[in-house]
Design a protein. Structure first.
Length: 441
């Protein structure tokens, strides 16, 4: 049985993975890629020219710069820029918190995507949060939209009014451009992810260089160090603040759903962005959740955005027992509180997977095309499951994480029985921990 979500969406197989595209789809993909490459080359040339002019106009000031250390540099305001998906933003919190420790008197602001920044709105270490989506400029017709120009101008004025002493471009040339537009006196970022002259304190390299084999949090912390922060091994694990309001709201939702405190609560996130091959098979999820409910007496909650409802319905339609479906019913802070409350979270490589780690939830992370050593959980307490077939991991961060062979065998090899066994062990350990804590109290 084959299925498709829309006329432009790829056809999916019974596992929920894209099938091999026909010749028309392949030609369309090649054409789009070629046109984007041409536009990007022209834009890059223009940005390099602007950067050269910027260097010439600020040459004297750059020669007089003091080293970026807490002893010689005393910023009043710092801007951290990460306009990526939720998981990337959560991992970037390692850099933000290291900066806060080294510059405790500075106000630290964050600029991120509107869909991502809500997860950190209650973080007491962040003074101001700015949201902006630069992806609105990806289409040529965007240049004709007055709304786009107006929002861009408003962001420029708001950033300029903050008078930043330091801006850190955590990833990508878009963040580098935003750092320049912030008018920050000092700008830190990877030179190869920027344009000539955009960074006043650029450092060598860029993200995801194959020979580095470096985790995303280490790239972020390296930039924090370049900005003067002191980094310790403990800083590698992201930590996400969950406020009392979100915890109370989740407690109310759980109470209204009639869940029992004596039965284990398992949260399953079946979806993932940036590539359907990052998702575990639909039928596997159904089998696993049925077993958790029947054999472990688990109370299972499915999470996701409103756009994940169709995928979740595919999972539930294959099940004998019905879990609770919280998709579209929680905001990001409530999702973090739910995962913090859970006895176990099970997820593929996704933003919620990183949220679960950052709130110290017991976590099983299922990986296929992506390499957990580069972008997976870093906490030793997290259980990472993956197969060791020759082509996995294959993701290179240059496009969606979809299988080039259209089989996604790396995910199919991780069986429901294997995940169930790991989940059972985690739940038993959790029960022992809770019992021991109750006895101690």
């Amino acid at each position: 049985m084959k299925q498709t979500l829309s006329t432009n969406a790829p056809i999916l197989d019974d596992y929920g993975y894209p099938t091999r595209p026909d010749s028309r789809r392949r030609l369309r993909k090649i054409g789009i890629s070629l046109s984007r490459s041409i536009v990007l080359a022209l834009f890059t040339g223009l940005m390099h020219l602007i950067g050269i002019l910027l260097v010439l106009s600020t040459a004297r000031q750059r020669k007089q710069q003091q080293p970026l250390t807490p002893h010689t540099f005393h910023p009043r305001r710092i801007l951290v820029i990460r306009v990526d998906l939720i998981g990337d933003l959560v991992m970037s919190l390692t850099a933000l918190h290291a900066l806060h420790q080294s510059y405790p008197d500075a106000e630290i602001d964050l600029l991120g995507l509107p869909s991502s920044v809500a997860i950190v709105r209650e973080d007491p270490e962040i003074s101001h949060i700015f949201s902006y989506d630069p992806n609105v400029w990806r289409r040529p017709q965007a240049l004709l939209s007055m709304k786009n120009w107006r929002e861009g101008w408003q962001l420029y004025r708001r950033l300029r009014a903050r008078r930043y002493d330091l801006a850190i471009s955590l990833y990508g040339n878009v963040a580098a451009l935003l750092a320049v537009l912030s008018r920050a006196t000092r700008r830190v970022g990877y030179r190869r992810e920027s344009y000539v002259g955009f960074m006043t304190d650029g450092i060598a390299g860029q993200h995801w260089q194959p020979r580095d084999h470096k985790h995303e949090v280490d790239y972020c912390l390296e930039l924090a160090q370049a900005a003067g922060a002191t980094v310790t091994p403990a800083d590698r694990v992201p930590h996400l603040f969950v406020g009392p309001k979100a915890r109370h709201e989740i407690d109310q939702m759980i109470q209204n759903a009639g869940l029992l405190a004596e039965r284990p609560l398992v949260v399953c996130h079946v979806s993932s962005n940036n590539g359907q091959s990052k998702r575990w098979p639909v039928s596997y999820w159904a089998t696993l959740i049925d077993r958790l409910i029947q054999e472990r007496a688990a109370q299972v909650i499915l999470t996701g955005a409103p756009g994940d409802l169709a995928l979740i319905q595919q999972v539930m339609s294959r099940m004998r027992n019905q879990p609770l479906n919280f998709a579209g019913k929680t905001n990001l802070t409530q999702l973090a509180a739910l995962m913090q409350r859970a006895d176990l979270v099970i997820s593929g490589d996704s933003g919620p997977m990183h949220i679960a780690e950052a709130v110290d939830a017991p976590l099983i992370a299922i990986h296929g095309p992506t390499d957990p050593a580069l972008s997976g959980p870093v906490s030793p307490a997290v259980v990472v499951l993956r197969s060791d077939i020759w082509c996995s991991p294959c993701y290179n961060a240059k496009g969606p994480a979809d299988c080039r062979f259209y089989t996604t065998q790396c995910m199919k090899d991780i069986t429901p029985a294997r995940v169930f066994e790991s989940a059972s062990t985690q739940l038993k350990n959790r029960a022992r921990f809770s019992q021991g804590r109750d006895d101690h109290e």
